[in-house]
Design a protein around this ligand. Structure first.
Ligand code: 2M8
Length: 447
């Protein structure tokens, strides 16, 4: 279904991708359930089918691990996939659920934000029942994030694989990866130029043009890193001790701040109090974000957990602290200037996932240049929060206009607006509905 977009078309996309208990991100390319995709879908569905949105979130929570982790992928039965259940083997961890196959890592923690957005559309009575139902699982998830991924109690959560960031081949992660030596066998594999063999297994390059996806070397290295995690039985303690691809990811931690606030709001709505230790840790995250600021370049960056050095590669992540809503107006002002610089992030169809001036920039390649609707949505919300009305309106209009011109694509060229990646992409449709129906305003969550 590739045609000019409208709200009715967006609803049709979501209906076509509806698998009953979850919405697949895209036909053919992504047949299973992904964590943050389902959260965006729930936020869109909440506007017209809040009960179906509740199901979308409940199915994520149904796959929660005993230790509290919500996995980044949840596998539908009898649906073959190249990095599916047999690849991940979640059964290697005793914390994994028995009744369903999942991956062994997480993804940006938007569940509390999505649960609250759905609650907003329910009657007061239904709202309390819903929030009481999901609160224990959300609490367990946030506790897991701090307990297992913030070992030194700094407030910043550490990610163990680029897939956890959602921005898979973002230049930040590729920079850290580049500095980690390959094992001998993998080095030989690359020297013999065997990396092309991977394309025989990859289902993604069957439905999307190769130059719009991860390169072969990136794909092999990401798979290799996932296999290492599998060999470590997805044991966070072991992984944080032994591994080198560990990043205090800027996007993830910025979104976590807003998610923590959503969790707090949920607790308040049902007359619960967040445990005091969790409260302290969430406050720490807000403060610790400042450690990721670099005064010289006027940008935020992710930090390499091992070296404790900022990864100073310019990407769209630098704007995610706007969405956290907790940075100072001065910092927000500097980010606004950077954002609206036409040689960096403000081409005809903003916002590119990597700076136009970065060596990594490629208008077609996945998270290394294209414009994505979910990151635009975070930035729009952030700009509105800081009352940068002109930029927020411009970005709302160009984002909606881009979708209306090109359809519900997975991502777009920031230079030409060409549609890229999958067609009929669920989160593009869901956030189109959200943008059309949401009020322009300063609030990120209730408080
Ligand atoms: C992409 O990630 C998956 C792996 O998780 C893939 O490349 O196969 C990313 O864009 C990710 O953010 C997204 O959640 C997923 C499904 O849309 O696709």
């Amino acid at each position: 279904m590739e045609s000019r977009a409208s709200e009715a078309q967006a609803r049709k996309v979501l209906a076509a991708n509806d698998k009953g208990s979850y919405t697949a991100p895209a036909p053919n390319l992504y047949p299973h359930q992904w964590l943050w995709d389902s959260c965006f879908v729930a936020i869109g569905l909440a506007h017209y089918q809040p009960r179906r949105a509740m199901i979308e979130i409940s199915s994520l929570l149904d796959a929660q691990w005993q230790n509290g982790m919500i996995p980044h992928m949840i596998f539908a039965a009898k649906t073959p996939y190249w990095i599916g259940h047999r690849f991940w083997r979640s059964w290697r961890s005793s914390a994994a659920p028995q009744h369903i196959g999942t991956s062994g890592i997480t993804q940006p923690p938007l569940v509390a934000i999505a649960a609250l957005a759905v609650a907003d559309k329910l009657t007061p009575g239904e709202r309390v029942v819903w929030l009481r139902q999901v609160y224990p699982s959300l609490l367990a998830y946030h506790r897991w994030l701090y307990r297992e991924r913030d070992p030194h109690n700094t407030g910043l959560v550490v990610l163990i694989h680029p897939w956890e960031s959602g921005l898979d081949n973002s230049p930040v992660w590729m920079e850290v990866l580049k500095r980690i030596p390959n094992p001998l066998w993998l080095g030989t594999f690359f020297r013999l130029k065997l990396d092309k063999l991977i394309n025989g297994f990859r289902s993604d390059v069957h439905s999307v043009l190769m130059h719009q996806r991860l390169s072969e070397v990136e794909a092999v290295r990401l798979l290799h890193r996932a296999i290492l995690l599998r060999q470590q039985n997805y044991d966070s303690y072991l992984i944080l001790q032994k591994n080198h691809l560990l990043v205090e990811d800027l996007t993830f931690n910025s979104l976590l701040i807003t998610a923590n606030r959503a969790l707090f709001d949920i607790a308040t709505l049902i007359n619960e109090e967040l445990p005091s230790d969790l409260n302290l840790r969430t406050q720490k995250t807000e403060q610790a974000l400042e450690e990721l600021w670099d005064e010289t370049s006027g940008q935020y960056y992710s930090r390499n957990f091992r070296t404790q050095k900022l990864v100073k590669t310019p990407t769209i992540a630098t704007f995610m602290p706007l969405y956290s809503g907790t940075i100072s107006p001065e910092r927000a002002q500097r980010l606004r200037s950077l954002l609206t610089n036409p040689t960096a992030y403000w081409p005809l169809y903003p916002v590119p996932s990597a700076s136009l001036s970065s060596d990594y920039f490629d208008q077609h390649r996945f998270w290394q240049g294209p414009t994505w609707i979910n990151t635009n949505w975070f930035i729009i919300k952030g700009l509105e929060h800081y009352n940068f009305a002109a930029e927020a309106i411009h970005l709302r209009q160009t984002t909606l206009g881009l979708i209306e011109k090109t359809g519900f694509r997975e991502y777009y060229s920031p230079l030409t607006g060409e549609g890229l990646g999958a067609s009929d992409f669920s989160w593009t449709a869901a956030l189109y509905i959200e943008l059309i129906n949401s009020k322009v305003g300063p609030s990120l969550t209730r408080s």
